[in-house]
Design a protein around this ligand. Structure first.
Ligand code: PHE
Length: 434
């Protein structure tokens, strides 16, 4: 896992053109009723000016703002929409056999408060995932959700006992074939029937964790998710559970499946932490939660090799997919990449002992700068060299950027032009070109 924070997994993202409509938005609909008749309005949040505020804490780039509201997960014949429906279909089938009726929330606002995204989930103020180097802030207290868990507490608080919540999430991250700063997740939450397992008045803390009731919640969680994997990948799929850590679940697990000879991590989950339930005024109940990345599953199931493809407008991509069908993606082309290197000092010379205030280089700022300049033509960025000068103490980095279009051949001239623009912008990050 490339990300430093354990709860920030790398299930990454996608997009298509937004469709505006004036029909009212359905906030929630029940999984036991007909899904398609109640699909939420597409493009509801497609409005870059909502995200590009003049607030000093705002670090959202125009590129990111242009991704919000494209609602790939709600497009019935987009791979992300197909996977979302397929998962919901499984939970609908469960509502018949287990009497659990999952409410569905597919159109929550991607702007959430730090309280929803972090505090309600026991993610402490100093957690690295909250830093502006990792998260896109709209203001100092509102942000683009970094995971769909941001909606857990609000639905629990409003009295919902079981739900699925899907949507686009945003994280500042590296650039390669499986990482994109926007992607989609689905959250699932179920509180157990209180006549079977309940909370508060019973046991808590260590005693709860060791109890047969806690084990019962884990068993129900694992059984449910193993069934989901069989539904998606076939009944003979090999699975394995590993212990994991998330601040908001205890115990926590990750599920891996064997796919074409490799173990692939597909989701994170756990028994909802008793303090999360308390904070949502549901301390009398117990339950489980999971979160999975829709791109991750779609890349495996449709054999889509590059995460940027989800966002392409190219008909050669979209014409391959139909509602309800999982088919293998046929690459329509592989255009050659263009490589360019860029090298810079990431700190200035210390001229005297009384150091000047130096702008600290943040790698994710550089990745965002490349995306802002080159958009989806940036395929991959690799750090190919770094060293610290023994005398001056200055640090240097050299990055190799691969530019490649999914849809056409690039000319050296157009990439040179982008590279010049990038070089002009680098000093704004506190680096000095070499
Ligand atoms: N929100 C977690 C993530 O993004 C996944 C998760 C959801 C884990 C619910 C446990 C319970 O990585």
């Amino acid at each position: 896992m490339s990300n430093k924070q354990r709860y920030f997994r790398c299930f990454d993202g996608c997009r298509t053109a937004a469709v505006n409509s004036t029909t009212p938005l359905f906030r929630s609909y029940s999984a036991s009723t007909q899904l398609l008749q109640q699909t939420p309005t597409l493009g509801q949040y497609d409005n870059p000016s909502r995200y590009l505020t003049p607030h000093p804490s705002n670090n959202i780039t125009p590129h990111i703002a242009s991704l919000v509201g494209r609602d790939l997960h709600l497009r019935p014949s987009h791979p992300i929409g197909i996977i979302r429906s397929k998962i919901q279909e499984y939970f609908i089938s469960l509502s018949q056999s287990t009497q659990t009726n999952y409410e569905i929330f597919d159109a929550e606002d991607p702007i959430v408060t730090a309280q929803q995204c972090f505090d309600d989930l026991l993610i402490r103020p100093d957690h690295p995932g909250r830093a502006p180097s990792d998260t896109y802030y709209v203001t100092d207290s509102t942000l683009l959700r970094t995971h769909t868990s941001a909606h857990q507490s609000q639905h629990l608080r409003s009295g919902v006992d079981a739900f699925l919540c899907s949507g686009d999430v945003y994280r500042r991250d590296e650039i390669d074939a499986t990482h994109y700063p926007a992607f989609h997740q689905m959250e699932g939450v179920k509180l157990i029937d209180p006549t079977v397992v309940c909370g508060e008045n019973d046991i808590s803390g260590e005693e709860w964790l060791k109890s047969p009731e806690c084990q019962q919640v884990q068993d129900d969680l694992k059984l449910t998710l193993e069934g989901l994997m069989d539904h998606l990948f076939g009944p003979t799929t090999q699975k394995r559970w590993n212990d994991d850590y998330f601040p908001f679940t205890q115990p926590s697990f990750e599920l891996e499946i064997m796919y074409e000879g490799e173990w692939l991590e597909v989701l994170g989950c756990g028994v909802i932490h008793e303090d999360v339930l308390q904070l949502s005024n549901r301390g009398d109940r117990r339950g489980w939660a999971f979160g999975l990345g829709l791109e991750r599953l779609a890349m495996i199931l449709f054999k889509i090799p590059d995460i940027r493809l989800f966002w392409t407008q190219d008909e050669r991509f979209h014409s391959q997919f139909k509602e309800g069908c999982i088919v293998e993606f046929q690459p329509y082309s592989k255009y050659p990449p263009v490589f360019k290197d860029i090298a810079f000092w990431t700190s200035t010379i210390k001229e005297s002992d009384d150091e000047k205030s130096v702008k600290e280089f943040v790698e994710n700022d550089f990745f965002d700068l490349v995306r802002s300049t080159a958009g989806d033509l940036a395929e991959r960025i690799e750090l190919i060299d770094s060293f610290t000068h023994p005398k001056t103490g200055r640090s240097s980095r050299c990055y190799r950027i691969s530019y490649r279009s999914m849809d056409r051949s690039l000319t050296n001239e157009e990439i040179d032009e982008l590279q010049f623009k990038l070089r002009d912008l680098c000093p704004s990050l506190g680096c000095e070109l070499r």
